[in-house]
Write a protein that binds this ligand. Structure first.
Ligand code: ARG
Length: 460
């Protein structure tokens, strides 16, 4: 049953109806639409559109419908209505007859859909905050499990300086912590209620919009009806939160794909998150991580689509805005799934300590230590940098690491080197020296892990 038949004499073309209807995706907001409708019934009852008894009957019927759609969500999409708002109204009329036809007084689907989306985002953000927190916990727990494992650190994908596995893991915990905070700020900013803005100019009934807003769990009512019905900033923000977090996830995935490769072999992924090749029996592919990496592009695509849809759109509501939902739903689902998958990957990951440490030692990654050593001996850093460069060229030519060069060999290039050089070239020394905040020393990493454990425990 269309909500707007009166103005029309001809029927809609079947193809137009299919093109126009949004029920097949906006059915996901059915609970929000019912909750918003209950709120609206109270608001218009307060101004005398409904008697207290009528309001009660509507609320009761809406709650009945809520229970029905919770038990059998498939009835919504199967109803053939134009959209979720039509479904709720038609179902209500079926339950309570003509009384149901009073609910839409002073309301438009424009403020209704704006409210539904905000309610939906608010609920999803709560779940996403939990998922992000779970991943942070999984990272911190992996950092604890492999706390002292030395790992090669890279810049330009060249071995640069040794780090530890735990330091790598909590680097990602930091990123996901910022994602968590971004979700909190998106949630705060969206929490203003557009209901009562009607189609565009505001409702013609003197409803108490602040009371209505509080009723629906919002902090306050929005302040301008034109803006209220066409604002989709919160969708862009949530998609942007998702995109940034998917970028973090894709980098996490890429690092692990590399560390898991035959060439590195620093970690080993469990059978639970890898798959085989139909042709090559020896293969164990990191599909879980490759899919996370791939899905980042899809989510960023949804953000781009929403931005372009909203660009230069005239005030107030235009049907273009119906395009806001599919991308949002898919992005949120994809983000959720990717966060879960990342947790699963970390759960049984093995770190191959010997291979990681050997790689951390190789690649002349202690060359900076040698430059610092020369600085201590009075050589200006820029000069020391050049001298160590030459020492590395020499070491490569005789195919050995710096720590295997003799003092004589060092002194051929710089007479400032003496016996005490070997102490500073060890991994232990490299690590111990980096004790400023944010560095890889044992104490700093311990401090950071404890800090994150405490913060995550408080979050619950
Ligand atoms: N299905 C529409 C949407 O998602 C609901 C609002 C319809 N409003 C209208 N004036 N046709 O945006």
């Amino acid at each position: 049953m269309a909500l707007w038949g009166g103005r029309f004499t001809g029927a809609a073309d079947e193809r137009f109806k299919r093109f126009n209807d949004s029920l097949r995706f906006d059915c996901r907001m059915v609970e929000e639409d019912i909750v918003g409708s209950i709120g609206w019934s109270k608001a218009i009852s307060d101004v005398g559109i409904l008697t207290a008894d009528e309001q009660k009957r509507l609320e009761q019927a809406l709650n009945e419908l809520l229970a029905e759609v919770r038990a059998k969500p498939e009835i919504v999409a199967a109803s053939g209505e134009e959209d979720v708002h039509s479904f709720v109204e038609a179902s209500l009329i079926r339950k309570v007859g003509d009384l149901g036809k009073k609910l839409h007084t002073g309301r438009s689907r424009n403020d209704q859909v704006a409210t539904d989306i905000k309610l939906w985002c608010r609920g999803e953000i709560e779940l996403l905050k939990k998922s992000v927190t779970e991943l942070e916990k999984a990272l911190v727990s992996a950092a604890r499990r492999f706390q002292d494992v030395i790992f090669p650190g890279y810049t330009h994908l060249q071995r640069a300086q040794p780090v530890t596995f735990s330091h790598w893991a909590i680097a990602y915990a930091e990123m996901f912590d910022r994602d968590y905070l971004r979700l909190c700020s998106t949630q705060k900013l969206l929490n203003r209620c557009p209901l009562g803005s009607a189609a565009l100019a505001g409702t013609a009934y003197p409803v108490d919009r602040e009371k209505l807003a509080k009723d629906l769990g919002f902090d306050e009512a929005t302040r301008n009806s034109l803006d209220s019905v066409s604002d989709r900033d919160h969708i862009m923000e949530l998609l942007s939160d998702a995109s940034i977090s998917m970028i973090h996830l894709s980098r996490f995935a890429e690092d692990l794909i590399f560390y898991n490769s035959g060439e590195c072999g620093f970690v080993e992924l469990s059978d639970a998150v890898t798959s085989g090749s139909s042709l090559m029996p020896q293969k164990k592919n990191p599909d879980s991580l490759e899919l996370i990496r791939g899905k980042a592009g899809r989510v960023i695509g949804h953000l781009t689509a929403m931005l372009v849809t909203a660009k230069a759109l005239p005030l107030a509501y235009d049907k273009d805005l119906q395009e806001d939902k599919e991308g949002l739903f898919d992005a949120v689902d994809t983000w959720h799934d990717s966060l879960d998958m990342a947790c699963l990957v970390l759960k049984d990951i093995k770190v191959r300590t010997d291979r990681a440490e050997a790689a951390a030692k190789g690649g002349y990654s202690n060359a900076t230590e040698l430059a610092d050593y020369l600085v201590k001996k009075g050589v200006p850093f820029r000069e020391a940098h050049g001298l160590v460069g030459r020492m590395v060229v020499y070491a490569i030519s005789v195919n050995k690491p710096l720590e295997d060069m003799s003092v004589e060999e060092f002194r051929q290039i710089s007479p400032a080197v003496s016996d005490d050089v070997y102490g500073i070239l060890t991994l232990d020394s490299v690590r111990a020296k980096r004790s400023a905040k944010g560095g890889i020393s044992r104490e700093r990493v311990e401090e950071e892990i404890s800090f994150l454990e405490k913060r995550l425990a408080e979050r619950g």
